[in-house]
Ligand binder design. Structure first.
Ligand code: ATP
Ligand code: MG
Length: 427
């Protein structure tokens, strides 16, 4: 196939064989978020570029090299959203959702970053995220972590560890930044170009370096926790106390910083070792300064975002996924049966909500139709031919079970199907 007929590099189709896994994640996460009092918000995929540059920070990888930005026909600078928080904050400010009681919002959808595609890293990817506005204490941070752990359990995932750190407030970070820069400059000769550049533009990002030489150098570097004042330390201590009470285990990682600039105090990542290098499935923390950056009065905020591709990969590891099979396939032989069949099919759907029924389309012999019925994965073939039509009945053949074919009167069909469907759901 020529390149122009293929999807864009790093942007993938999610095919029928995989969508049921995605739906399971969507359903369970929505239910769980609702059980913690969150309401869904949907914001546009395109925003003015400043919405992101202001929030995320100029000197971040996302803004420097990952955003899909362009000017539209009016000359406005727009970007496809690289993450969800900035747009949610923009929407909350614009629509007066802030400055009242605590607001809990969740979102889900595609995000876009021009990164090097690799396992667990795509250019269109999907996140589920949650944000809490108006609560400054560590109690909410702890609750968000409880929610995360509960979700991993609901999804049947294990072996996910929680890493935690405190970034303090902006003055404390500024003091630490200075100390870090000073230390690194003493080892100038050991720095590669990228690290030197980070050090100049956004020093805390050095802590995030994946280079072994830099990691080694950082072993002896000053640590942020030594620069936290008593309020910040207290926030962090109270968070940890709550996690202990909830039985949530974690590791403090003093070098954990986040790629986006807006975080303060609590930051965390949920990490698995089972997906190779791209092991962070959920990341978040507190971003009390963001609302002011976006033009509002200061207001506390905290949240997280999880990567759906990575979660689905983890959920389906070592497991064959397939398209969702239909429950029943309606075989229709002859023009008269086709005509009547369409009506019967609607009646069946009325009788058994949730039942997946596929009606044979575009004719074909009995044999051809049975082949399609078998391929559809259906448990039942519902057969309407001339004989059945004349007798006012329908034949039911069990495609995945040693069980004799049955004949059901058309006026009994709804009841029969409803009972059968109840039974199947219970098994
Ligand atoms: P990473 O260090 O992996 O680049 P990040 O710090 O850029 O992550 P966040 O902006 O915090 O990621 O996004 C939250 C989550 O979204 C990540 O933990 C990850 O699960 C997922 N995610 C981020 N970027 C991608 C991507 N390009 N492809 C797939 N998932 C992604
Ligand atoms: Mg990234």
């Amino acid at each position: 196939m020529s390149k122009t007929n293929r999807s864009i590099r790093g942007m993938h189709d999610i095919l029928p064989a995989a969508t049921s896994d995605w739906q399971r994640l969507e359903l369970l996460s929505q239910r769980l978020l609702e059980s913690y009092g969150f309401q869904e918000i949907r914001t546009p995929m395109l925003e003015r570029s400043e919405v992101f540059t202001r929030a995320i920070g100029q000197a971040t990888d996302v803004v420097e090299k990952e955003m899909y930005s362009f000017s539209d026909r009016n000359g406005d600078n727009l970007s496809l959203r690289p993450e969800g928080t900035a747009g949610v904050v923009r929407a909350a400010l614009q629509n007066g959702l802030l400055y009242g009681p605590v607001e809990r919002l969740w979102y889900r959808g595609p995000m876009f970053r021009h990164e090097r595609p690799q396992k667990g890293r795509t250019r269109q990817f999907h996140q589920i995220g949650a944000e809490v506005f108006g609560a400054a204490g560590p109690d909410v941070d702890a609750e968000l972590l409880a929610l995360g752990e509960r979700l991993w359990r609901a999804l049947g995932l294990s072996g996910i560890r929680l890493e935690l750190n405190s970034l303090g407030n902006s003055e404390e970070r500024a003091a630490y930044r200075q100390a870090l820069v000073h230390y690194m400059h003493q080892h100038q000769s050991a720095l590669d170009d990228d690290t030197a550049r980070r050090l100049e533009r956004n020093p805390l990002r050095v802590l995030d370096s994946k280079l072994p030489a830099i990691q080694e150098l950082l072993q002896e570097a000053p640590v942020l926790s030594d620069y936290l004042g008593s309020e910040s330390r207290d926030h962090f201590d109270r968070l940890r106390e709550r996690l202990d009470r909830l039985g949530i285990t974690y590791q403090v990682n003093p070098r954990l910083v986040r790629g986006l600039d807006y975080y303060c105090h609590t930051v965390f990542e949920w990490i698995t070792t089972e997906l190779g290098a791209q092991g962070t499935i959920c990341a978040g923390g507190r971003y009390d300064g963001l609302i002011e950056l976006q033009g509002g009065k200061p207001w506390p905020a905290t949240g997280f975002a999880m990567g759906m591709e990575r979660l689905v990969a983890l959920m389906t590891q070592g497991q064959e996924s397939g398209p969702k099979a239909v429950h029943a396939y309606l075989v229709l032989a002859g023009e008269a049966a086709q005509l009547e069949g369409a009506v019967i099919a609607e009646r069946i759907r009325d009788a058994a909500p949730g039942l997946r029924l596929q009606t044979n389309a575009s004719g074909g012999s009995f044999k051809a139709q049975f082949k399609r019925a078998d391929r559809s994965g259906a448990a039942l073939a519902l057969i309407l031919g001339e004989d059945e039509l004349a007798a006012g009945t329908l034949a039911i053949k069990f495609l995945r079970q040693e069980r004799a074919q049955e004949t059901v009167a058309l006026d009994q069909l709804s009841t029969w199907i409803r009972d059968w469907f109840q039974d199947t759901k219970q098994h």
